[in-house]
Design a protein around this ligand. Structure first.
Ligand code: SAH
Length: 277
């Protein structure tokens, strides 16, 4: 364990730095992968290397670590020097990072995410097309984790739930007390594992799907028939075709409903293109 205090590192709030200080929790997180031996792995936000070291012990085929804070790079680089062939430490911003430039196969992505941008990171990963990940093992603040796994007809069900559940089966695997971090955050955390849906075949245009979901939830109190009106003129006929109640609001639709909606709108694409311009 590398203590941030021992390393004389002052955690930076602007980078959402809350370092994990508990070996058991680290072991449990890595255990969720079912083994990383000979796997491609990307770690988001290496920090002081606490998770990184544990990942290296598993002997992955290749590990790439992206860390934005230059002050943390020297400590992480030592791990690269010690494991020349298969560990790469990259100083960079994950939001600008092209994952598939570094892997031949989509990697398992692991990270104790910086909370200030965790939903942005997740949205990017979920909406990348083709998807640049094989499995996601990510730590979020509890409130975000609950939104990710939320079911329809609840306040927590939103854009993040639909994006996550459309292509994967997210589930909260470990709930984590705030006491195991340094500095101690105000809220609890949870590790969410995203495994791809077995039967996931994407026949619809992801951009279109994401646009529809965004439109509906950006005005979640409105009926979707109104939210989507400017987007497609004859929404009532489309809703009927999808067997969706015309009085529905964004949170009443299931993930399958959104999929059906996108599929039918896509079929009417010529008309739609005029509206999208
Ligand atoms: N994995 C470590 C650190 C987690 S804290 C541990 O569990 O102890 C989150 C880490 O993400 C910090 O090291 C922070 O500097 C890094 N980070 C924040 N924003 C980032 C970004 N945009 N791209 C890459 N890393 C980022």
């Amino acid at each position: 364990m590398n203590d941030a205090a021992d390393l004389k590192i002052l955690p930076k709030k602007r980078y959402g730095q809350n370092f994990l200080q508990d070996d058991n929790i680290i072991n449990n997180i890595i255990g969720l992968s079912g083994g990383l031996k000979d796997k491609n792995v990307l770690e988001i936000g290496g920090g002081t290397g606490n998770l990184t070291r544990r990942i290296i012990n598993e002997k992955p085929k290749k590990l790439v670590v992206v860390e934005v804070d230059n002050d943390l790079i020297p400590t992480l680089k030592k791990l690269e020097y010690a494991n020349q062939q298969n560990v790469r430490i990259i100083w960079g911003d994950i939001l600008e990072f092209n994952i598939m430039q570094h892997f031949l196969q989509p990697p398992i992505i692991i990270g104790n995410l910086p909370y200030n941008i965790s939903t942005k990171i997740l949205t990017n990963l979920l909406s990348s097309s083709p998807q640049a990940w094989n499995q996601l093992i990510l730590m979020f603040q509890m409130e975000v984790a609950e939104r990710i796994i939320a079911k329809p007809n609840s306040k927590k069900f939103g854009r993040l739930s639909v994006l996550a559940q459309y292509c994967s089966m997210p589930s909260i695997k470990i709930k984590i007390s705030n006491k195991v971090f340094f500095p101690t955050p105000k809220v609890k955390s949870a590790v969410v594992v995203f495994n791809k849906k077995q039967n996931y075949t994407n026949k619809i245009n992801s951009d279109l799907f994401f646009l529809i979901v965004k439109k509906c939830f950006s005005q979640r109190r409105k009926k979707i028939i109104n939210s989507l009106k400017t987007f497609y003129p004859n929404m009532s006929s489309i809703l009927e075709e999808c067997d969706i109640d015309p009085d529905s609001r964004a949170e009443n639709l299931s993930v399958e409903d959104y999929y059906k909606l996108a599929e039918i709108i896509q079929r009417k694409k010529e008309k739609l293109e005029i509206n999208l311009r």
